[in-house]
Design a binder for this molecule. Structure first.
Ligand SMILES: Cc1cc2nc3c(=O)[nH]c(=O)nc-3n(C[C@H](O)[C@H](O)[C@H](O)COP(=O)(O)O)c2cc1C
Length: 151
């Protein structure tokens, strides 16, 4: 099974850690979003999209990428994120809807807390300082195993 993970992790590389944990289990290719401009997704069996949550949703550049996807990119996808607060996958609504409009099949979603020092939080060194932690990475790996069974 050939899979690709596309992510952007601009704040503290929190989501990058999750992307790497999932990629390890799936043995997938892993690329930062700025490395996949004009990427042909048709050769992959499954594609994952992830970023931190910025203003209640994924990074805008992921939306721009998905907007450009065509019918040949229609395939099983999964969504992941890290966030400063416990919004869970409710933060995925925008991206989920965009992918569904592209007729992709959502086969799983994952969220965990990430170190957040945005704005005044910097004064206290941020919140969730050690997240993602070992347990989060283990959870991400377990999540990846469930994906394997779905494709
Ligand atoms: C500009 C900005 C906006 C953010 N907005 C939210 C938000 O709306 N909800 C939330 O839970 N976390 C928010 N966060 C916290 C990030 O989602 C969190 O730190 C995440 O783990 C960052 O991932 P990254 O290190 O991969 O970029 C925000 C962080 C930044 C820098």
């Amino acid at each position: 099974m050939k899979s690709l993970i596309i992510y952007i992790s601009v704040h503290h590389k929190n989501t990058e850690k999750i992307a790497e944990a999932i990629a390890e289990v799936l043995q997938s290719e892993i690329k930062k979003l700025n490395e996949v401009f004009d990427e042909d997704l048709s050769s992959y069996d499954m594609v994952g999209f992830g970023s931190g949550i910025y203003m209640w949703q994924h990074h805008k550049s992921i939306f721009n990428f998905v907007d450009k996807m065509t019918d040949k990119d229609r395939k099983p996808v999964f969504i992941f994120s890290t966030s400063g607060t416990k919004g869970g996958i409710k933060y995925h609504k925008e991206l989920r809807n965009k992918l569904l409009k592209k007729n992709c099949y959502i086969i799983g979603e994952f969220n965990c807390l990430g170190w957040d020092s945005v704005g005044p939080l910097i004064l206290v060194g941020g919140i969730n300082k050690k997240r993602p932690n070992e347990k989060d990475l283990e959870d991400a790996k377990r999540f990846a195993l469930t994906l394997k069974e779905k494709v």
